[in-house]
Design a protein around this ligand. Structure first.
Ligand code: CAA
Length: 310
């Protein structure tokens, strides 16, 4: 059943204009790669000038890093001009209605809160062209739930488009279909990921899709190992890097993902996915160590206080 969808790109729609909502790390990264590698007309939308400035600065920093290597034979001025050129092609907008007026595809990467996402999509449903495809970058919520406030017609062109942090570097995008996503919409999302230079994988709308379904329980169990005094976090990280070939150990990865994010995903799954039997309660059991760090503001790489590591 999972291969019921065509892999040919014949059904793909022509996508030119993409609007990304949310100028944080994920949204900015997605907008960057869509503009730089995909050659799309990209609009990055958020609610405040401050948020848009943050997004623009995330993109500039990342492109500077990329062009420093790919244009190593060129002067710093030429590298800076190349960064400016790409950033200049992205439209930044605070006007959500206007931002989707001509959109072929909307990708949402705002706060991981189902109610706020539903509210945004409900609003956009009334503003975007009727054939515009909607996608969410949610990493842990049900795509079907996120899509519940849009019209029946829109639900057919609604899917998950889940990129990974850091977006410019990570090759994967999970393309998620609900029971209602049409093959046409699914193939179009797959095609966009490919045009961005990414490798798409196909999954159904299940908790955490593929990566987080495996990664979240793994990171939580690593934390419990330390809580139980079985090994130090440093040794667990070294072990998984050198013994399992992971680029980062689970504690380094938790710091990258954000301890607040990890805690939020686990809590959400405890509240909504354990009763349904989709996730075992044991796999997402609350960890006192994790909760204490989050309460202390030690949320990981993004915090001045650090996370598991300084
Ligand atoms: N922009 C541009 N380039 C970047 C970048 C960014 N934001 N971040 C890293 N890079 C580039 C570096 O410039 C470097 O490029 P070269 O190899 O060409 O020199 C390359 O990435 C490697 O970076 P570093 O040398 O600094 O460090 P590293 O080798 O340790 O790699 C890493 C860093 C890519 C993050 C790597 O450690 C890694 O793959 N870690 C695992 C990350 C992961 O699992 N992410 C998924 C998290 S889960 C998630 O995102 C889902 C969720 O919903 C919670």
């Amino acid at each position: 059943a999972t291969r019921a969808f065509s892999t040919s790109l014949a059904a793909q729609r022509d996508v030119k204009n993409i609007t990304v909502f949310g100028a944080g790390l994920m949204g900015a990264g997605i907008a960057q790669v869509m503009a730089h590698k995909g050659g799309y007309n990209v609009t990055l939308a958020d609610v405040s000038d401050k948020a848009l400035q943050t997004g623009s600065s995330i993109i500039s920093k990342s492109l500077t890093r990329i062009f420093k290597k790919s244009m190593a034979d060129k002067s710093a001025d030429e590298q800076a001009a190349a960064v400016k050129d790409i950033v200049g092609k992205i439209a930044f907008s605070k006007d959500a209605a206007q931002a989707v007026e001509k959109a072929d595809l909307v990708v949402e990467a705002i706060i991981e809160n189902v109610g706020i996402k539903q509210e945004l999509f409900k609003f956009l449903d009334g503003k975007a062209p009727k054939e515009c495809i909607f996608a969410t970058n949610t990493s842990s919520l049900s795509v079907t739930d996120v899509a519940s406030t849009v019209s029946a017609e829109r639900k057919k062109v609604f899917g998950g488009f889940h990129a990974f942090n850091p977006v410019p570097q990570m090759k994967l995008v999970e393309i998620v279909r609900t029971k209602e996503t049409t093959p046409d919409a699914f193939d179009t999302l797959t095609g966009v990921a490919k045009q961005m230079g990414k490798v798409p994988v196909s999954c159904v709308d299940s908790p955490g899709f593929i990566v987080n379904r495996l990664l979240v329980p793994y990171m939580l169990e690593a934390i419990r190992m330390v809580e139980r005094g079985e090994a130090s976090k440093e040794d667990v990280d070294t072990a998984m890097k050198l013994g399992a070939g992971y680029p980062m150990g689970p504690f380094e990865l938790s710091d990258l993902v954000g301890l607040d994010t990890l805690s939020h995903i686990a809590k959400g799954w405890r509240e909504t996915r354990t009763q349904t039997g989709e996730i075992s309660a044991e796999a997402v059991k609350e960890s006192a160590l994790l909760e204490d760090l989050v309460k202390d503001g030690r949320t990981g790489k993004k915090s001045d206080k650090g996370g598991f590591y300084q």
